[in-house]
Design a binder for this molecule. Structure first.
Ligand code: SF4
Length: 141
């Protein structure tokens, strides 16, 4: 459940009160879908703002609103930065205990058979360009 809704987060940031939004749960629930950015009558780039708040929250070591999602966020970024795309199994192995992984074995096998879960990461050719993008955006990886 969201603790501070996007319109309030925007207002707090406008007022220079960024610590509260950085510690909120909501920034971690934002998937960056861009719906609010597209629909905002005041053209506020909300999705980009959420990304910035996530990066700043990790950098400034504020108490995180949702540690589990923040951990996933960091691992997701690391994987994309390293391979140019997400390696789901690698991320899962770092997030879940072996016991939790075993509990999901049925689903895992189903996804594996459909080619949706790969044992080894697949890499894009120009990984250097992706790393450069992360560096320029100043995003934690
Ligand atoms: S970008 Fe999408 S998920 Fe994020 S706050 Fe806006 S509508 Fe919600």
């Amino acid at each position: 459940m969201a603790d501070i809704l996007p319109h309030r987060i925007v207002r707090l940031v406008q007022l220079g009160l960024t610590r509260e939004p950085m510690s909120s749960e909501h920034i971690w629930y934002c998937t960056g879908c861009g719906t609010c950015t597209t629909r905002c009558p005041n053209e506020v780039p909300v999705a980009e703002l959420m990304d910035r708040l996530k990066a700043d929250a990790l950098q400034e070591l504020v108490p995180l609103g949702d540690v589990k999602i923040a951990e996933f966020h960091v691992l997701f970024n690391k994987s994309v930065c390293k391979y140019g795309r997400q390696h789901e199994l690698g991320t899962l192995r770092k997030l879940k205990s072996p016991r939790e992984m075993l509990g999901q074995i049925k689903l895992g096998l189903k996804l594996f058979r459909r080619g949706k879960l790969r044992l080894r990461p697949t890499k894009i050719k120009d990984r250097k360009a992706v790393r450069e993008m992360f560096r320029r955006a100043g995003v934690s990886k």
